[in-house]
Every structure is written in structure tokens, then in C-alpha cells.
Design a protein around this ligand. Structure first.
Ligand code: SF4
Length: 393
């Protein structure tokens, strides 16, 4: 990834052509898909995946995120959002292998929550998350030090760090060690309530939109929220602005969900009078305001499936979830994508059926490809932050 050049010395440190933390840390270990797994016919791939899965039996559990493509998710033992899949890990103590069809940060969380005898596999290590890459450990350490210099993040004026589950284990560990927590889109509001019971201010990472939407839903006005820009001196803020803030939002976003707009909502309402619009809380604040409802992927699925027969929905989230939901509820209800071109998570898409077949057949041959192993020094504090997350519903 290449960053824009800048005269600001802090920007200079991240403005050179650099690999993201994710790329540096993991792509060097990436094992490429062997040639013999390229160009297989769909039927052969399906047959061999099913056979490998059956042969592995309870030795392997396959977890599939809702944004995963159909050809892969049909082999998942459990599907869900990040929160639901994290819960599944401890429910399969007899599985030696957890094959995580999602993105890197999800597999890391699974590794931290798994038992010592279990190994977590991400079929393609290139399945990262652009949002997760928007906060690097050194940027967070500098932010924390800056907050201290500005008179915050100390006993007199505590700041509770809250990181969205869409972040690297190193970020989760940082939060866990400083009394903070991990949240998901399902429990973001409950987590903020938990955090404000422990400190005057929250530092919310890395998705500014989820943080803003959740805080606003809890009654915090926009002028009590500030955005921390890691490329600016003191985050681009001054102590007076920080003193008024209840929440400091890290300047990060999801490249998929920020494609949705209030104009799309106006347009779909004109074309489909009576349509209900529901969006994921990673969309910008004005989109949530223009929609009828907002919530996690699990919430969206529940709302649509439990709606009245004949309902028409426009859904603002990743296209694979929207398409499957449309098929599931057809013909009783109609589901449209809020973005007429559909918003695809291209990194999730990197987990192909070819990769799934390769890792499953590898296990049968005694080879573990693309294992995710969080370093021991990060594991314990990450675990603390994730356990706090699982305790907040
Ligand atoms: S949808 Fe956005 S936040 Fe989710 S994995 Fe893809 S890039 Fe990351």
C-alpha cells in the first residue's frame, strides 16, 4: 500500500511506500496455492471438498463469515458474524483444526480463544481487512503517549480503549492491557456503556463510523465526539477539544460500507415506495440517519426474516449476505441491495473453494497450510479483551 507524501514529519513516517502491518507480518508466510489446485472444474472441487470434510469428521470444524462467497460457505459447519463465530470456537473443544473462512483478524481471534491443542487455519493468508490495517501498533502507542501529554489517559482523567473486533491481535492486546475491551457490531452500544462506567472518555478504534453511530444512539451529541487522525500531530486535536469529548474516534473506516450513501436511500425510496431500509453500522452517520433501521449482520438477517409477508427491504451491507438473504426469503419478501452495483468485500473473496480444498486435503496428508498463530506475548492480553467482549451482550 502506498501513502501520500506530506511535509508533516509525523506523516513522513507513514508516507513512504510501506507495506501495511498486516502485509509485513503475514504475507511473507503465505504459501501460494499449488498449481494442481488451479483451474479445477466446479463439480470436482465440490466433490473433493465434501469428501475431505467427511474424512476429517470431527477433527476439523469449518466456520464461515456471512460475507463469504457461496461456493465456500456452503461447506461451513457454522455461519455467522464475527461475534457469533468467536462464540463457536469454545463450543468445539474436540476439533483439532478450526478452518476459518473469513479474514485475518477473525482467525486471530479464533486462535486466541482456542485451546492449546487446536490450530486455526485461514485458507488464504491474503484475506486481510483494509479497516483492520488502518491502525498499526506504533500509531496506537503514539496516540496513547500523546493523550498522556495532553493531560488524559491517566488516573485523574482515564480513557478506556475500545477496539472493534476488526483489528489485529496486537491492537486488542494493547486495549486489554489498559483496561479496555473488544466490541462487535452486535454489542457496540453495550460495550460503550460498559466503558463509560469505567472512564470519562473512550478511545474507539479503528472504525470511526461504528463508534459514532453507537455513541449517537446512546445520546452522545456529535459535538462531543472528535476524530483522531494518526497522521497529524496530537491527532489533529488540541486539549480543549479533547476535554469536551466523550469519545475519541480513530480515523478508520470500512471501504465496503462507506460506499453506501443517503442519496442511494432517497433513490430506492422513490423507486420502491414503502421499502424498509436497513444498514450495517459501519456506514457513515448520515446514512444511518436516513435509514429505517441499523444493526449487525445477524440483526439485519433477523429483522428481514421476521418481517411481514410482502415486505420489501433495501439492505446496506456486503453483497453476498444480501444475495443469500434475498434467496432465503423469496418469494415471501423482497430484498434489494441498497447499492445497485453491490458492495463486495474483495479481501473476504480471496478465500476460494480451491484454497479450502487445498487446506482440507493438506490436513488429511498431515500438512497444515496457512496456520494463524498469534504470538504468545500478545495472546494473554488479547484473551482478556476478548473475554470481556464475550461477557458483554
Ligand atoms: S467488509 Fe469491511 S470491515 Fe468487513 S472484512 Fe471487509 S473490509 Fe474489513
Amino acid at each position: 500500500m502506498f501513502h501520500k507524501a506530506s511535509a508533516n514529519p509525523r506523516k513522513m513516517s507513514t508516507s513512504l511506500p510501506v507495506l501495511t502491518a498486516y502485509e509485513k507480518a503475514h504475507l511473507a508466510d503465505r504459501q501460494p496455492l499449488p498449481d494442481r489446485y488451479v483451474g479445477l472444474a466446479d463439480q470436482e472441487m465440490d466433490r473433493r471438498i465434501a469428501a475431505a470434510k467427511a474424512a476429517l469428521g470431527r477433527r476439523a470444524v469449518i466456520l464461515g463469515h456471512h460475507y463469504q462467497r457461496d461456493e465456500v460457505i456452503k461447506f461451513a459447519d457454522h455461519t455467522g458474524d464475527s461475534y457469533k463465530l468467536a462464540q463457536q470456537v469454545s463450543r468445539h473443544p474436540d476439533a483439532e483444526f478450526i478452518v476459518f473462512c473469513g479474514v485475518h483478524f477473525m482467525a486471530e481471534s479464533a486462535d486466541v480463544l482456542s485451546a492449546d491443542h487446536q490450530q486455526v487455519i485461514l485458507p488464504d493468508l491474503a484475506a486481510g481487512c483494509s479497516m483492520s490495517d488502518m491502525v498499526a501498533p506504533d500509531q496506537l502507542a503514539m496516540c496513547w503517549a500523546d493523550l498522556g501529554q495532553m493531560g488524559f489517559a491517566n488516573d485523574a482523567s482515564p480513557v478506556v480503549p475500545v477496539t472493534y473486533i476488526n483489528s489485529a491481535a496486537a491492537i486488542k492486546a494493547f486495549c486489554g492491557e489498559r483496561g479496555g475491551v473488544v466490541c462487535t457490531s452486535s454489542n457496540a452500544k453495550a460495550t460503550l456503556t460498559w466503558a463509560w462506567a469505567r472512564g470519562e472518555r473512550v478511545l474507539f478504534l479503528p472504525d470511526q463510523h461504528l463508534g459514532r453511530n453507537a455513541a449517537y444512539a446512546l445520546g452522545v451529541p456529535l459535538d462531543r465526539m472528535v476524530v483522531w487522525d494518526p497522521d497529524e500531530v496530537w491527532g489533529g486535536l488540541d486539549p480543549d477539544r479533547l476535554a469536551r469529548a466523550r469519545i475519541v474516534l480513530w480515523k478508520g473506516h470500512c471501504s465496503v460500507h462507506t460506499r453506501f450513501s443517503a442519496r442511494q436511500i432517497e433513490s430506492v425510496r422513490r423507486q420502491h415506495p414503502g421499502v424498509r431500509v436497513i444498514v450495517h453500522p459501519e456506514v457513515p452517520w448520515e446514512v444511518v440517519q436516513a435509514a429505517d433501521d441499523a444493526g449487525s449482520t445477524e440483526y439485519i438477517i433477523r429483522q428481514v426474516k421476521n418481517s411481514a409477508i410482502g415486505s420489501v427491504w433495501a439492505v446496506g451491507t456486503e453483497i453476498h449476505l444480501v444475495s443469500r438473504l434475498a434467496n432465503d426469503v423469496h418469494p415471501d419478501r423482497t430484498v434489494l441491495s441498497l447499492d445497485q452495483f453491490g458492495c463486495l468485500c474483495s479481501t473476504m473473496f480471496r478465500v476460494s473453494p480451491n484454497h479450502l480444498l487445498w487446506v482440507l486435503e493438506g490436513l488429511l496428508e498431515g500438512a497444515v497450510h496457512n496456520r494463524i498463530a498469534v504470538p504468545d506475548e500478545q495472546k494473554s492480553w488479547t484473551r482478556v479483551a476478548l473475554d470481556r467482549m464475550l461477557s458483554i451482550s
